[in-house]
Design a protein around this ligand. Structure first.
Ligand SMILES: Cc1ncc(COP(=O)(O)O)c(C=O)c1O
Length: 424
């Protein structure tokens, strides 16, 4: 509170700057404030300001928004399997919180490893049928930590141009030779692999499923090229783990290449309970090396026990039965086919991310607002998040949507689409 007042005073350029050099630091703070305000104005002016709706209930298919809106149908969470508020997941989180405490106040290698962390790592590697796994505070951290630890200036990394920001940032941090291939373009990847033959090791890095378009990386082809040019394959499975493939193992299971993908990074913060946390799973020596060298692992606190408990229970539920994943696939199919029949274009392939393609940014924004006024929470995306002229409303299906929820969403889209000229 007191600190907050000091910072605000400093930013106003008034009294309260530290260390007696108030004049100079006050001027710098005032200059900073002007610059920040200019930048913020630029964001508003460009129409790319991101505002945050405040939810006053648990995450789920039906939400209450702060300030009134109740019974809102939610179609924009990554809660693909509905486990974020699953009673058994919550019970497991509460039990683990009580047994193992709020947190470790430590990184893993000092005094932050509990039996539950080891158990969860073992469970993750069993789920993915890999040798070992390592936990991080997030998948962003897992992506930030892997490339620098694994690759040297003698090596090369080949990355899909539409990979997630955290992969891009992780690659920036490493000293390997960098190649960016056109999105899912296998000819371009092959050309880049040929050029990269001069390096010691080649790593192809791709999202398994891409979150803006709901499209799935052509892993069979990627693995074939990787074999031909002696490369390793890394996939980010944040939008696949738990639900793609017959048993929800992910894109590699869906496309029959579980034995060909070497490294998987994924999140516990989406389908697997939705709390937080990420991981790398793959060959044991790689995981051992990450424990020694990966900076976000070495220099950040252990995953909190309640989070570990929730994720561990989510994995138990998925390993017991594939019924939840199958239910989500059926709901996805229902939404995609009904929307297509209504005249909309839905991008992607059989993925619960269903982008309703509209083209015009203004149309996407107005339609999303109108959907909310009818009790359906969806979000419009436009440039620079997606390319110019490819604005869309992204709908995300969850196993806990009922058929009626899906039908209500399609009906609302049809009405709103007609009203705003997106449908004839
Ligand atoms: C493809 C992809 N990778 C990584 C992340 C980061 O995951 P986390 O939320 O666990 O940091 C996200 C989250 O948005 C994602 O969509």
């Amino acid at each position: 509170m007191w600190r907050g007042r000091l910072v605000r005073a400093a930013l106003r350029g008034g009294a309260g700057g530290a260390g007696g050099s108030r004049g100079a630091s006050g001027a710098a703070a005032a200059q900073l404030r002007r610059r920040l305000e200019g930048e913020l104005e630029g964001i508003r002016g460009a129409g790319t300001w991101k505002s945050e709706r405040v939810i006053a209930s648990r995450q789920g298919p039906h939400l209450r928004l702060a300030g009134g809106g109740a019974g809102i149908l939610n179609f924009c969470a990554n809660n693909y399997l509905g486990l974020s508020s699953h009673p058994e997941v919550i019970r497991a989180g509460v039990w683990t919180l009580e047994q193992f405490g709020a947190g470790l106040s430590s990184v893993r290698f000092i005094c932050g490893t509990q039996s539950i962390h080891k158990d969860l790592e073992e469970k993750i590697s069993r789920f993915h049928q890999r040798e070992d796994a390592i936990l991080y505070a997030s998948c962003f951290d897992a992506n930030a930590g892997i490339f620098e630890a694994l690759l040297t200036p003698e090596d090369a990394v080949l990355s899909d141009e539409l990979n997630h920001a955290s992969i891009i940032d992780g690659i920036r941090l490493c000293k390997a030779n960098k190649y960016r291939y056109r999105h899912m373009d296998m000819q371009d990847l092959e050309a880049k692999l040929q050029d990269a033959q001069k390096h010691r090791l080649r790593l192809v890095a791709t999202d398994g499923a891409f979150s803006m378009d709901g499209d799935i990386a052509p892993l069979k082809e990627i693995c074939r090229l990787a074999e031909k040019y002696e490369a390793l394959v890394f996939i980010d499975e944040c939008h696949a783990t738990g639900f793609l493939g017959p048993n929800g193992r992910g894109t590699d299971e869906l496309l029959g290449v579980m034995d060909k993908v070497t490294i998987i990074n994924s999140t516990l913060g989406k389908a697997l309970g939705g709390a937080a946390g990420g991981y790398t799973t793959g060959p044991k020596p790689l995981i051992d090396l990450l424990r020694q060298r990966s900076r976000p692992y070495l220099f950040s606190n252990s995953l909190p026990p309640a989070v570990v408990g929730c994720a561990s229970k989510a994995l138990d539920l998925l390993m017991e039965s594939n019924a939840i994943a199958q239910s989500m696939a059926a709901k996805t199919q229902r939404f995609r086919s009904k929307m297509t029949a209504a005249g909309f274009t839905i991008s992607g392939q059989d993925h619960p991310i269903c982008p309703v393609m509209l083209g015009d940014a203004q149309l996407a924004a107005v339609m999303a607002d109108d959907m909310l006024s009818r009790g359906i929470y969806v979000i419009g995306f436009s440039y620079p998040v997606v390319p110019k002229g490819k604005a869309r409303i992204r709908v995300q299906i969850s196993a806990v949507h009922s058929d009626e929820d899906i039908d209500r969403c399609v009906e609302a889209f049809t009405e709103v689409g007609r009203k705003h000229g997106a449908l004839p």
